[in-house]
Design a protein around this ligand. Structure first.
Ligand code: NAD
Ligand code: TDX
Length: 331
């Protein structure tokens, strides 16, 4: 039995992680989450013998000094996670992603607690559509947006704390996740919930940008594997060979929801929009024996659509304010 402290556990990937841990292990979980606009207590179970929820910030050193030493490992999901928001106001991205990670590293350092850092493929910048290369653990960092720059900064802090202070940390950089409990500001849930509301999907620019989709449960299975068998100080890239451009994804959502696949609108492009992300996950596969359990994107997307249809009470309270924000940028 391991005592896990999961930061950002009321968000999309963290909440799925908590459910997977409670289902498949006998670990005990504490979630530390500030319940920002992106956090939802309803994504998590009620408090009980194996689960406890603590509302607070990862940038609060006194709270961390109390919580961290009661745990065997910290899994750090908490972040400001949306590129579009980082273009409107970068400030919380610096506070949570950089200062928050710094405070957490200081706490795990002082209490000698194992640490796993959740990061993103966006730290590597983007690839041309016809580039034969994919991102690997040695690709140089080259972030484009305030979001990806703040994640890159936090990754570099982790590497320095490993080397300078001997912190027992691993890092994973994953590609775009999809699945249940994802905020309706993100591409796939936004289009699904728009269609439920009879609104046409919104594609940024020409829609030729490529994302490397992975089911959230496969991301979390990789994280569990790294916690179990990863080498301290190492970085692992997580991806499931799921490259698709945005127009293909929108057309598939339309088709699966019984609409004409051409029934969508092109809207203002994202400034600085990364063209393509692509992950080479060979190290994770070869060294840790991980492979995706949910590789069928069409089936995963159909299940995700069904989840949003069945869980309107979960997403409805966030929908209007999210769309009001997009209306202000013409998106
Ligand atoms: P999310 O926005 O859905 O959830 C983030 C959670 O962090 C929320 O519950 C929020 O309340 C919490 N939080 C924010 N600031 C906090 C603070 N100061 N203290 C404590 N909690 C705070 O994000 P997500 O999509 O679940 O992403 C989780 C992690 O995975 C992030 O680190 C993100 O960079 C990374 N990641 C995401 C993806 C993706 O496709 N979504 C891909 C690769 C990596
Ligand atoms: O309405 C939309 N229309 C559209 O065309 C939205 C919201 C997005 N898009 C495009 C932009 C991207 O090319 O879809 C693609 C995916 O957009 P997002 O869901 O905002 O994800 P992205 O910017 O790729 O970043 C995601 O993956 C990497 C997560 O939000 C990050 O947290 C993660 O690090």
């Amino acid at each position: 039995m391991t005592r896990l402290l999961v930061t950002g556990g009321a968000g999309f990937i963290g909440a799925n992680f908590v459910h997977q841990v409670l289902e498949s292990t006998d670990d005990v979980v504490t979630v530390l989450d500030s319940l920002s606009y992106a956090g939802n207590r309803a994504s998590l179970p009620d408090d009980g013998p194996r689960f406890r929820f603590v509302r607070g910030s990862v940038a609060d050193p006194a709270l961390l000094d109390d919580l961290v030493p009661r745990h065997d490992a910290v899994v750090h999901f908490a972040a400001e996670s949306h590129n579009d928001n980082s273009l409107l106001d970068p400030s919380p991205f610096i506070d949570t992603n950089i200062v928050g990670t710094f405070e957490l590293l200081q706490a795990v350092r002082h209490h000698d607690v194992r640490y796993h850092h959740i990061s993103t493929d966006e730290v590597y910048g983007d690839l041309e559509l016809d580039d034969p290369a994919r991102f690997t653990e040695t690709t140089p960092y080259n972030p484009s947006s305030p979001y990806s720059a703040s994640k890159a900064g936090s990754d570099l802090l982790v590497r320095a704390w490993v080397r300078s202070f001997g912190v027992r940390a691993t890092i994973s950089n994953c590609s775009n996740n999809y699945g249940p409990y994802q905020h309706v500001e993100k591409f796939i849930p936004r289009q699904i919930t728009n269609l439920i509301d009879g609104v046409r999907p919104r594609l940024y620019g020409a829609g030729l940008n490529v994302r490397d989709w992975i089911h959230v449960r496969d991301h979390n299975l990789a994280v569990l594997r790294i916690l179990e068998a990863g080498t301290i100080g190492e970085t692992y890239l997580i991806g499931a060979d799921g490259e698709l451009n945005n127009v293909t994804v929108i057309r598939l959502i339309l088709e699966l929801m019984g609409n004409d696949p051409d029934d969508f609108d092109h809207v203002t492009d994202r400034p600085g929009h990364d063209m393509r992300y692509a992950i080479d996950a060979s190290r994770l596969r070869a060294e840790l024996g991980w492979a995706p359990v949910y590789p069928d994107f069409r089936a995963g997307l159909a299940a995700t659509i069904a989840w949003y249809r069945d869980n309107e009470a979960w997403w409805r309270p966030m929908k209007d304010q999210t769309e009001a924000k997009y209306a202000r940028t013409g998106q």
